[in-house]
Design a protein around this ligand. Structure first.
Ligand SMILES: Cc1cc2ncn([C@H]3O[C@H](COP(=O)(O)O)[C@@H](O)[C@H]3O)c2cc1C
Ligand SMILES: O=C(O)c1cccnc1
Length: 344
C-alpha cells in the first residue's frame, strides 16, 4: 500500500523553515518546492539524499524486429547493454559526473548475456511478442516482471538507497509508450506518436497508422491488461519498481517519455504514487509534455533531451541535492542576525 505524504502539521513546519532562510520568500523557486516535497516524503524537516541510484531496465520488443516503427535495428538494445557495461553510454558519463550509482538490468533482451557480465539478470523472455498479432506478454510474464523489479528495489533500499531514478533501453519502446499513453490519458493514439530515435514525417505517419491499428485491435479492461498487451518487459518492470519505491517511501526521479508512460500505469493502479515522484525534465519526444500536463506536474529541467536511459534523471539529481542542502545548511534570518522583511 502506498500512503499519501500529506501531513498538514509537518507541511506548516517545513514551509516555515524554508521561509525563514536568509532570502526573500520564494526566491529559491523550484528548489523550495523540491525541498518541501522531499521533506514530506521523508516526513522530516531535515531530509537527506543517500546513495542516489539509477536503474536502467533493458528489453526487446517484438514489433521492432520488423523495423517499421523504429529507425534503428533491434540488435542495438543488446549492443547498448554492452556499452553500459563498458561505461561508454550517455547514462554512464552523466551518472559518473554526478556521483550516482548505476545498475543495469536485463528485463528481457533478445540476446543471451554471459552470466559473468556486470548486469542484473532478470530476463523474463527473449523480447516481447509483436502486439500487432498477440499481446506483448502473458499475465504470467507480467507477474514475473513485477516480482523481479520489486526484489531489485527492495534490495537497493536495504543497501541504503533513498533516492532512485529509472532508465530504459529497448529499441521500439517509444511505440509501447505511445500506446500506453493513449490508453491512460485517452488522448488519440496519433497525437501520442512521435519521432522516437529520429523518424521523419513519412516515418511518423507510418508509425501512427500501424499503432492506430494495434490500438483498435484490443479492448483493454484495466491497467494490468494494458501493460501486458502493449509491453515491454522494461516498461512493466519500471511500473513495478516505481510502485515498490513509493511503498518504501523513496524519492523517485522520473525520466522521459518511456519512464513517464510506465508511471501512468503505476498512477492508474495507485494514485498516491505521485506524492513520491519528482519530474526530471521535459523530453523532446512530442507526447511527453502532454503526459506531464495530464499528471498536472512541473518538470525540473528542459534541455531538449530525447534519449532515455535515465539521462534526464541523472541530470536532475544534483538539483535535488542542492534543494536538500539549502534546507539543511542555509542560515535563517535569526541565526545569521539579518533583519527580516519590514511590513510596508
Ligand atoms: C544508439 C541508441 C542509444 C539509445 N539510448 C536510448 N535510446 C532510446 O531509443 C529507443 C527508443 O526509440 P525507438 O522507439 O525509436 O526505437 C530506446 O531504446 C530508448 O531508450 C537509444 C536509441 C539508440 C539508437
Ligand atoms: O524521452 C525519452 O525517454 C525518449 C525519447 C526518445 C527516444 N527514447 C527515449
Amino acid at each position: 500500500m502506498i500512503t499519501t505524504t500529506k501531513n498538514s502539521e509537518l507541511e506548516a513546519r517545513l514551509q516555515h523553515k524554508i521561509d525563514l532562510k536568509t532570502k526573500p520568500v520564494g526566491a529559491l523557486g523550484m528548489l523550495e518546492k523540491i525541498a518541501f516535497q522531499i521533506g514530506c516524503i521523508q516526513q522530516t524537516e531535515t531530509p537527506v539524499i543517500t546513495r542516489p541510484t539509477i536503474v536502467v531496465f533493458a528489453g526487446d520488443h517484438g514489433i521492432a524486429s520488423k523495423g517499421e516503427v523504429n529507425p534503428f535495428p533491434q540488435e542495438v538494445t543488446s549492443q547498448m547493454v554492452y556499452n553500459f557495461v563498458q561505461g561508454g553510454a550517455a547514462i554512464n558519463v552523466l551518472s559518473t559526473t554526478n556521483d550516482i550509482h548505476l545498475k543495469v538490468v536485463d528485463a528481457g533482451v533478445n540476446h543471451t548475456f554471459d552470466k559473468d557480465i556486470a548486469i542484473t539478470h532478470a530476463k523474463v523472455a527473449m523480447g516481447t511478442k509483436n502486439y500487432q498479432h498477440v499481446p506483448a506478454m502473458t499475465l504470467e510474464e507480467l507477474k514475473t516482471a513485477f516480482q523481479h523489479a520489486e526484489t531489485i528495489v527492495t534490495d537497493l533500499h536495504k543497501e541504503g538507497v533513498n533516492t532512485i531514478g529509472f532508465g530504459e533501453m529497448g529499441i521500439g519502446n517509444t511505440s509501447s509508450a505511445s500506446l500506453l499513453m493513449s490508453y491512460f490519458t485517452q488522448i488519440p493514439i496519433a497525437t501520442c506518436v512521435g519521432s522516437g530515435t529520429g523518424l521523419d514525417q513519412n516515418g511518423i505517419s507510418k508509425k501512427q497508422r500501424i499503432l492506430s491499428e494495434v490500438y483498435q485491435t484490443y479492448n483493454i479492461q484495466n491497467p494490468t491488461e494494458a501493460l501486458a498487451t502493449f509491453g515491454g518487459f522494461e516498461i512493466a518492470m519500471i511500473t513495478a519498481a516505481i510502485l515498490k519505491a513509493a511503498e518504501l517511501k523513496m524519492t523517485i526521479v522520473i525520466d522521459g517519455f518511456i519512464v513517464t508512460a510506465a508511471l501512468l500505469a503505476a498512477h492508474a493502479m495507485q494514485p498516491n504514487v505521485l506524492d513520491y515522484c519528482l519530474f526530471a525534465h521535459t523530453s523532446n519526444e512530442q507526447g511527453h509534455i502532454k503526459m506531464l500536463d495530464f499528471l498536472k506536474v512541473q518538470p525540473i529541467l528542459s534541455l531538449g533531451l530525447r534519449l532515455g536511459e535515465g539521462t534526464g534523471a541523472a541530470l536532475a539529481i544534483p538539483i535535488l541535492r542542492a534543494s536538500v542542502n539549502f534546507l539543511q545548511e542555509m542560515a535563517s534570518f535569526e541565526s545569521a542576525g539579518i533583519s527580516g522583511e519590514t511590513t510596508p
